[in-house]
Design a binder for this molecule. Structure first.
Ligand SMILES: NC(=O)c1ccc[n+]([C@@H]2O[C@H](COP(=O)([O-])OP(=O)(O)OC[C@H]3O[C@@H](n4cnc5c(N)ncnc54)[C@H](OP(=O)(O)O)[C@@H]3O)[C@@H](O)[C@H]2O)c1
Length: 239
């Protein structure tokens, strides 16, 4: 059955968010794509898919901006069946190690990547709660957010942000699980050429990765008892 899907961070045509939008549209769903700045490729999709695609502008670093977007969407639809928190932010020092990185960048990355997803969930929760089925939230995390499997000495801000997103996922799972109206997971989406560069050694294009996730997500909607941190191959990944 067609569903209402919302995907954050969809404004980069080579990125995962845009390609998730494309895959859900191709599957016949109604999609809300959120961006920060205009994206010509999304505008072209809007021409093609008309009412099936809504593009919302919001900055997930701002509660007011996220709430304004939720209020605007509530005028257009009464429910959401799936929310994919895909947006992420990394600092310019992401690749540096502890002694070289400016630590003052870290809080911003955590704020956008983890708290930002929570702002989105909170503002759009009434629409998720109105779903006729169990609504599903998929937080796009990363293996880099696993504390127990951490092997890196760089990606400090990114790893800390994704670990925080994973913690938020567990906490919100605990918050929602009694009611069983909204389910939530965090997922490592695979290693993906999200920069669109052909020399990127990652095995999956964003378009390929998006379809693997789309198919996987539907199998998780009613799973309230399974492990919360999964990979694109539906394996459990240690927190
Ligand atoms: N590539 C991989 O192998 C891999 C592996 C593990 C996990 N992931 C995860 O997969 C997801 C997609 O990766 P990606 O490389 O496609 O992501 P990305 O392009 O770096 O980020 C996605 C979008 O987030 C948006 N964004 C940043 N700050 C924002 C803010 N304050 N408010 C609203 N939106 C904001 C960006 O918007 P702008 O276009 O306006 O900057 C961007 O389009 C990410 O969550 C990433 O961590 C990727």
């Amino acid at each position: 059955m067609p569903q209402n899907v919302m995907i954050t961070g969809a404004g980069k045509a080579v990125g995962l968010g845009y390609n998730l939008v494309l895959r859900y549209l191709e599957a016949g769903d109604t999609v809300v794509a959120t961006i920060r700045k205009p994206c010509p490729e999304l505008a072209a999709l809007q021409e093609q898919y008309g009412e099936k695609l809504t593009v919302l502008t919001m900055d997930i670093g701002s509660t007011a901006s996220v709430q304004a977007a939720a209020d605007a969407l509530a005028k257009k639809t009464d429910h959401l069946d799936l929310l994919i928190n895909n947006a992420v932010s990394v600092s310019p020092d992401c690749d540096k190690g502890f002694f070289d990185a400016d630590l003052d960048y870290i809080a911003r990355t955590v704020d956008i990547t983890a708290v930002g997803a929570m702002r989105v969930i909170k503002a759009f929760y009434p629409l998720l709660r109105n779903s006729m089925t169990t609504a599903l939230i998929m937080n796009i995390s990363s293996e880099a957010g696993s504390i127990s499997r951490c092997y890196r000495t760089n990606l400090l801000d990114y790893g800390m942000a994704k670990a925080a997103l994973n913690m938020a996922t567990m906490n919100l799972y605990n918050t929602f699980k009694e009611e069983r109206a909204v389910n939530i997971f965090c997922v490592h989406p695979g290693w993906i050429r999200t920069d669109g560069r052909p020399d990127n050694p990652a095995p999956l294009s964003s378009y390929e990765a998006a379809e693997i996730l789309r198919v996987l997500f539907e199998t998780k909607r009613h799973d309230f008892d399974g492990y919360r941190f999964i990979t694109n191959l539906n394996e459990d990944y240690p927190f």
